[in-house]
Design a protein around this ligand. Structure first.
Ligand code: PRP
Length: 198
């Protein structure tokens, strides 16, 4: 019997479903329910802080997409979306500090309330780079919301204004976060162990 929990978009529903088996082997760190509750709280806080003003939500592709989609529906403000994409020069060389912008904002943010939306704040290199870049445009306000924060990994001095969950140095996947581009569509946040079968 095909499991309803199967997160694979292309799953055929056959009796043998590797995606389901793989997913069942993963340890869940935060369930979809826990995520939904925390995102609702974050949305309420952001709504209060905006005091009726408009907001530009800037998602950092690709990992922030599910979080931005949910957070945007938890804020009760007049909001627009924009997206940026960055890359580091090779995942293994991230500590070099070299972050490159591969997709810029579509619209100017001068004079606007900007909320940068991230799935995870790790070394801080990406958000430090983006913060500096965005501040050059003189937004009215610039805040950061991250669903996950790994403070022990920080290389740059940067903190988010809104943090969903603070976690130790664990390799997490799901709810936007990937391992070699897979698992982004898992509805829960799971732990990827080094010996996990691919
Ligand atoms: C992840 C995450 C952040 C960044 C955080 O993106 O979405 O953008 O890393 O890491 P840092 O604090 O060490 O800079 P990634 O480069 O993996 O791309 P993705 O969002 O497309 O998965």
């Amino acid at each position: 019997m095909h499991s309803l929990a199967c997160p694979a978009a292309a799953c055929s529903g056959d009796t043998v479903c590797m995606a389901t088996i793989t997913y069942k082997d993963l340890e869940v760190l935060f369930t979809r329910q826990q995520i939904a509750e925390r995102v609702a709280e974050m949305g309420a806080q952001i709504t209060r802080d905006l005091n009726g003003e408009k907001l530009v939500m800037v998602g950092v592709l690709k990992g922030a997409a599910p979080f931005l989609a949910d957070l945007s529906r938890a804020v009760q403000v007049d909001a627009t979306f924009d997206f940026v994409a960055t890359s580091s020069y090779g995942k293994g060389q991230r500590s070099s500090g070299a972050v490159k912008l591969i997709k810029d904002l579509d619209e100017p943010i001068e004079g606007k309330n900007v909320l940068v939306v991230e799935d995870i704040l790790d070394t801080g290199l990406t958000l430090s780079y983006l913060r500096k870049l965005f501040l050059q445009q003189r937004p009215k306000s610039l805040r950061i919301a991250t669903l996950l924060d790994k403070p022990s990994r920080r290389l740059e001095k940067i903190e988010a204004d809104y943090v969903g969950f603070s976690i130790p140095n664990l390799f997490v996947i799901g709810y936007g976060m990937d391992y070699a581009e897979r698992y982004r569509n898992l509805p829960d946040i799971c732990l990827m162990t080094p010996d996990h079968p691919e």
